[in-house]
Design a protein around this ligand. Structure first.
Ligand code: CAA
Length: 264
C-alpha cells in the first residue's frame, strides 16, 4: 500500500476514486487513543474535500484486529472531565466519518470491540471476515460505550438486540453479526479486501452525484417523520434532473449503451 498521507497511526492508500484507510497501531490491536481519533478526524475532513473520491474503505492494519476499542491504558487514568473530553473527541471523529459525502464501507477483519465497533457503525455498512469478533465489552470495564454506540447500535440492529449486546458485553461472531443485521455479508479473511474493493468499484462506477444524494437522503431522514423525509427526498430527486449525469444515464439506457458519468 502506497502511503500518501503523513499520519502516525493511519495508512491511507494512493489517490484514486476508491481509497482505503487503515487504523495502524501495532502492539495494541489498533486501539484508539487521542492521536488516532484526531488523525482519523483530520483524514476524513481531508477526504471530504477530495475531488473525484467515490468510496472509502475503513479497516484495521494487520490480521488480528479492525480496532480492539478505545485504549484502555490511556483511559484508565482519566478524570470525569477528561473522560468527557475523550468521548467528545470520539464523537467528533465519528461525525467526520459519518458525514463523508461518499459511501464508507467498514471491512471488519478481526476484533471490532467497543470504540472499534463504534467506528464501524459510522460507516454506511459493514462487511466482516469469518474471523471477526464484534461487541461492546465496556460494562465489564465499569463503563458504557462512549463514542456513540448506545445510539448507533440500536439504530442498526433494533433496541432489543442492542440492549442485549451492551448489557451483557457478549462478543459475537461475524456470522451472528450478519444474522443480527449488523453486517451485510461475511467473507473469508483472504477475500475480504478484494470483495469490498469490488463493491466499492461498482459504487464508483455509478453516477456520483446520485450516490451522494442517496447517502444524504438516507442520513438526514434518520429520525425525521415520514412526511418531512418525503419532501426532502422529492427535492433531492428533482435536483438531480439538473445534472449532466441524469441526462447521460437516461440517454445511455434509451440508446442501449453504457453511460459515462462525469459527476456533473
Ligand atoms: N486498549 C489498550 N490495549 C489493548 C486493547 C485496548 N482496547 N486491546 C488490546 N490491547 C493490547 C493488550 O493489552 C496487549 O498488549 P501487551 O501485548 O502489551 O500485553 C496487546 O494489545 C494484545 O492483546 P492481547 O494479548 O489481549 O490479545 P488476545 O488475543 O489475548 O485478546 C482481545 C484480544 C480479546 C481483543 C483483548 O485484547 C481484549 O479484550 N482487549 C480489550 C477489548 C475491549 O475491552 N475494548 C473496549 C475498550 S473500552 C471502549 O472502547 C470505550 C468506548 O466506547 C469509548
Amino acid at each position: 500500500m502506497r502511503v500518501v498521507e503523513s499520519f502516525k497511526t493511519l495508512l491511507v492508500d494512493e489517490v484514486g476514486p476508491v481509497r482505503t484507510v487503515l487504523v495502524n497501531r501495532s502492539g495494541v490491536l489498533n486501539a484508539l487513543d487521542a492521536t488516532v481519533l484526531w488523525e482519523l478526524g483530520e483524514c476524513f475532513a481531508a477526504l471530504a474535500k477530495e475531488e473525484g473520491l467515490r468510496c472509502v474503505i475503513l479497516s484495521g492494519a494487520g490480521e488480528k484486529a479492525f480496532v480492539a476499542g478505545a485504549d484502555i491504558a490511556a483511559m484508565s487514568k482519566l478524570s470525569p472531565w477528561q473522560a468527557r473530553a475523550f468521548a467528545a473527541a470520539g464523537h467528533e471523529t465519528a461525525a467526520a466519518i459519518e458525514a463523508l459525502p461518499v459511501p464508507v464501507i467498514a471491512a471488519v477483519n478481526g476484533f471490532a470491540l467497543g470504540g472499534g465497533l463504534e467506528l464501524a457503525l459510522c460507516a454506511d455498512f459493514i462487511y466482516v471476515s469469518s474471523k471477526a469478533k464484534l461487541g461492546f465489552p465496556e460494562v465489564g470495564l465499569g463503563v458504557i460505550p462512549g463514542f456513540g454506540g448506545t445510539h448507533r447500535l440500536a439504530t442498526r440492529v433494533g433496541i432489543g438486540r442492542a440492549r442485549e449486546l451492551i448489557y451483557s458485553g457478549r462478543v459475537i461472531t461475524g456470522s451472528e453479526a450478519v444474522t443480527f443485521g449488523l453486517a451485510n455479508a461475511i467473507v473469508e479473511p483472504e477475500s475480504l479486501m478484494d470483495s469490498v474493493k469490488t463493491l466499492a468499484n461498482t459504487i464508483a462506477s455509478k453516477a456520483p452525484l446520485a450516490v451522494a444524494e442517496a447517502k444524504r437522503a438516507m442520513r438526514i431522514s434518520q429520525g425525521m417523520p415520514l412526511e418531512r423525509a418525503l419532501v426532502m427526498e422529492q427535492e433531492l430527486f428533482a435536483g438531480l434532473f439538473a445534472t449532466e449525469d441524469q441526462k447521460e444515464g437516461m440517454s445511455a439506457f434509451l440508446e442501449k449503451r453504457p453511460p459515462t458519468f462525469r459527476g456533473r
